[in-house]
Design a protein around this ligand. Structure first.
Ligand code: F6P
Length: 549
């Protein structure tokens, strides 16, 4: 038993039952599973809002799924879910509620934190954002010299960058094409340089996005951006008000930077950075797509929130996807999970999920501080198909590793494609379906021989198959569908963290590097001695100093 009265995960009978089942099952073959039950292709599917989720190509039987659901029940995943929706402080190490679900709650919903209903605050900020976004889009909001804003540059990092940057790419067909929208995150000055080098400061709005407003990368870039603006305009500090707004929880620091708190769009400590792009952090996206589309996206999130909250475990998509990840990571030894969207517009989706999943579940102590004795979050990786097919799919098909993957595709293309480009969509999707089939069923040596392949080449041209995939299909990539997809992954990550008994909502692992970077910097810039550097790092710093121009 741990401090919360929960038995250790790997001592639970439900865990032991899964381990035994895995042994008894031996090497389960997808070919055999489908031969025994051809109905599996439709039976192991779910419809969640607009998402059709096919999990038939997984190395599981009905019994596996039942045992996994038993584990979810024993670890009280739904109990923690309900505690989250009730606003309880389930982020134990930071003593905070976890309420990204409140960001997309209906106006009349009631979700309380410390006895206060937070939903009216959420909608008040959304209304202010909408008003501001409309003013920028219509030209009513002008810069210091009276010119309308044509460029929007979001400065933020991690959750204050990846979400809006991903969603801006994903929803490009819905954006106002007369606006230039860019995202600066890296403290490498080249990032800001490339973002602003062809922009006119008189027409540029900077959105400084930082929950804490202390993140060194963001504050540094925002300071450089302010200098670029003021020197470009030949103006004084008074120009900042028309060209800088802030998205933050920290009004004091925002004011300290010189941004009028009236131009700060607020969110709250119960919104984790990686769960925040549907909060004020989404302002750049809202300006790009407009408030109505932004609200459609929130509606999409809500569809999946309600599904997660209400669907029975047999039909609960985030639960099932989370459990499949547990099966592979904890019982079949998989270390990674690939997310492979067959959509150019989802080019940043996997990078976004990397933070969502890996910053949430990259933990090795339990909620009570005891070390875990089981694997936790996977390495999440991937790029859009079909590009990946010509790069690393070789390893998935014929390498030695088990790599569960998600294939995400859309029935119809979006945007103003001409007929010829529209027709390419069928080829794109043919690749998705073909990959799912090839990964699952491979090609046997007999099949290869039957094609007349010389015997010495048969082993090289045989595909073992049995690589598991989930296929997620939607009609088209709309704002609502994007919200649904993101919420699906958010809740999947939640399910896994709940089972592993880790705090999915803190991120202490990023702190040490931050502190050390601040300690090392004076050694690079001022040649100061840094006490306590290890010999390797000290030698690197010395080499850097020698070569510095
Ligand atoms: O990398 C750590 C982290 O705190 C992330 O969780 C967060 O999204 C990012 O830094 C940016 O933080 P902030 O929004 O406070 O600038």
């Amino acid at each position: 038993m741990n401090a919360e009265g929960r038995a250790r995960l790997n001592q639970m009978p439900e865990w032991t039952a899964l381990a035994k089942h895995r042994e008894e099952l031996g090497e389960v073959r997808l070919r055999e599973l489908f031969a025994a039950d051809p109905g599996r292709g439709t039976g192991y599917t779910l419809q969640v809002g607009d998402l059709y989720v096919d999990y038939s190509k997984h190395l599981v039987t009905d019994e596996t799924l039942r045992l996994l659901r038993d584990l979810a029940a024993a670890t009280d995943v739904f109990g923690l879910r309900d505690a989250m929706f009730r606003g309880e402080k389930i982020n134990v190490t930071e003593n905070r509620a976890v309420l990204h679900v409140a960001l997309r709650a209906a106006r009349d919903a009631v979700i309380e934190v410390d006895g206060e209903n937070v939903v009216p605050k959420v909608h008040a900020v959304l209304d202010r954002m909408s008003d501001f976004a409309e003013r920028v889009r219509s030209g009513a909001w002008t810069g210091h010299t009276g010119r309308r804003i044509r460029n929007v540059v979001n400065i933020g990092i991690g959750g204050s960058d990846l979400g809006p940057a991903m969603a801006y790419e994903a929803l490009r067909p819905f954006t106002d094409r007369s606006l230039t929208v860019r995202f600066v995150s890296n403290v490498d000055g080249s990032d800001l340089h490339e973002a602003v080098r062809d922009l006119d400061p008189a027409e540029t709005l900077f959105i400084v996005a930082s929950k804490t407003f202390t993140t060194i990368e963001t504050v540094t870039n925002a300071t450089s951006a302010r200098n670029w603006l003021l020197s470009g305009l030949g103006a004084g500090q008074e120009a900042v008000a028309r060209h800088f707004v802030a998205l933050s929880t920290n009004a004091e620091k925002v004011a300290g930077f010189g941004i009028d708190p009236a131009h700060m769009f607020e969110f709250w400590d119960w919104v984790g950075g990686r769960y925040s792009y549907d909060s004020a952090i989404g302002l750049s996206l809202m300006i790009a797509i407009g408030p109505d589309r932004f609200r459609e996206m929130l509606d999409g999130f809500r569809i999946v929130d309600e599904h997660f909250r209400n669907a029975a475990s047999e039909a609960n998509a985030p639960l099932i996807l989370g459990l499949l990840g547990i099966w592979y990571g904890n019982f079949l030894g998989a270390q990674t999970h690939a997310v492979l969207p067959y959509s150019h517009y989802l080019s940043k989706f996997t990078a976004y999920l990397q933070q969502l999943d890996m910053e949430s579940n990259g933990k090795s102590v339990q909620r009570d501080g005891e070390p875990v004795q089981w694997q936790t979050g996977p390495v999440v990786w991937g790029t859009p198909g079909t590009n990946g097919q010509h790069a690393y799919y070789q390893l998935i098909h014929q390498g030695t590793k088990l790599i569960p993957a998600d294939l995400i595709g859309f029935v119809n293309p979006v945007g103003e494609l001409d007929d010829e480009l529209k027709a390419q969509h069928d080829l794109l999707m043919a690749n998705l379906f073909a990959q799912g089939q090839a990964l699952a069923f491979g090609k046997t040596a007999e099949e290869v021989r039957a094609e007349g392949v010389p015997e010495e080449q048969v082993p090289h041209r045989t595909f073992r198959g049995n690589h598991p995939t989930t296929t997620i299909l939607a009609t088209e990539l709309t704002p609502s569908v994007l919200g649904q997809l993101v919420a699906l992954y958010e809740h999947k990550v939640f399910v896994q963290g709940a089972i592993w008994n880790i705090d999915s909502f803190d991120q202490w692992g990023v702190e040490l590097g931050k502190v050390l970077a601040q300690r090392v910097e004076p050694a690079l810039t001022e040649g100061a001695e840094v006490p306590g550097l290890d010999p390797s790092t000290a030698a690197l710093v010395a080499a850097y100093r020698d070569l510095r121009k």
